[in-house]
Design a protein around this ligand. Structure first.
Ligand code: ATP
Length: 278
């Protein structure tokens, strides 16, 4: 569904995207995980035609984004990082305008609006002005809007940023459902647990480059299954173990406080980049 070869983009001296190669298969839920400024948004902006490619090549659904930009764009739905709904208009009007932009006939726009508002559980909000919606409802409406023209591929740029944990989980359930219903999803996040929970495969992005790419469980398994955190002076030291028995036998030999826990994706990111994600 996505083919990227040596993708590049610079802003002056900043290499925002620095030679990315990637293939995302149809039906996959793929995540780009990285700290602020890693190049996640720039990659999405290039793939969705919002910013010009600096170098390399990319294709969406077999359509080269430079040679066939319209055909490539038709395949894509985009939920941008910042809420960009028309707040003076109603929920229905926001969806309708998007449908018009994609050339959908009036009858199809009406049925699709009803279908999607059922889907995101917002049917009762159809005539409400967007400015009256909560942050979580706005995010759900942005997902519905991105799906209006029935794209094969949905880009979600930090879909749950700023939302509380309960609302975040509702959005996760919605994202999973969109994937189960056949869409390919490309997600960026700097929430480790979001990538761990949602993604089939994750790429760690740092300074415009992919530093690791694998299934979350395989990235974690590179370190082991269990971790022990121990305060050593000012610093926190973490050691990794293949089994719980090995970890507990190590901890028994320690004379200071420690915490035993499962290895998580943040450990994998830290050990590969030396940085925290957020
Ligand atoms: P965040 O999580 O903060 O959104 P990100 O991983 O999405 O970060 P990008 O927004 O792609 O990162 O930014 C990558 C780099 O490119 C950063 O150094 C950023 O300052 C720079 N950058 C992005 N857009 C522009 C622009 N329009 N002009 C100049 N520099 C830019």
């Amino acid at each position: 569904m996505i083919e990227i070869d040596q993708l590049q983009k610079s802003y002056g001296a900043v290499r925002a995207v620095d030679g990315i190669d990637l293939r995302v298969a149809r039906g996959e839920l793929f995540a780009f995980l990285g700290p602020n400024g890693a190049g996640k948004t720039t990659t999405i902006r290039i793939l969705t035609g919002l910013t010009r490619i600096g170098g390399g090549r990319a294709a969406i659904g077999g359509h080269d984004i430079t040679l066939e930009p319209q055909a490539a764009k038709r395949q894509c739905g985009l939920v941008p990082q910042h809420v960009n709904l028309d707040s003076e208009l109603t929920v229905r009007q926001n969806l309708d305008i998007h449908g018009r932009l994609f050339g959908m006939a009036p009858a199809r726009r009406r049925t699709r609006t009803a279908e999607l508002l059922d889907y995101v559980e917002m049917a009762d909000r159809i005539d409400q002005p967007v400015k009256q919606l909560s942050g979580g409802l706005k995010r759900r409406l942005m997902i519905a809007r991105a799906l209006m023209h029935e794209p094969m591929l949905l880009f979600l740029d930090e879909p749950t940023v700023g939302l509380d944990p309960a609302i975040r989980r509702r959005i996760w359930a919605l994202i999973k459902r969109v994937q189960q219903d056949g869409a390919t999803i490309f997600l960026t996040t700097h929430y480790i647990e979001e990538a761990e929970f949602l993604a089939g495969r994750v790429a760690f992005l740092d300074q415009g480059r992919i530093v690791a790419l694998d299934r979350p469980q395989d990235l974690m398994a590179r370190l082991g299954a269990w971790a022990i955190d121990r305060i050593n002076g000012e610093a926190m030291e973490t050691r990794y173990f293949a089994t719980r028995e090995e970890a507990t036998s190590y901890s028994a030999s320690q004379d200071c406080g420690f915490t035993l826990r499962r290895v998580n994706l943040e450990d994998a990111f830290l050990s590969l980049t030396g940085k925290k994600v957020s």
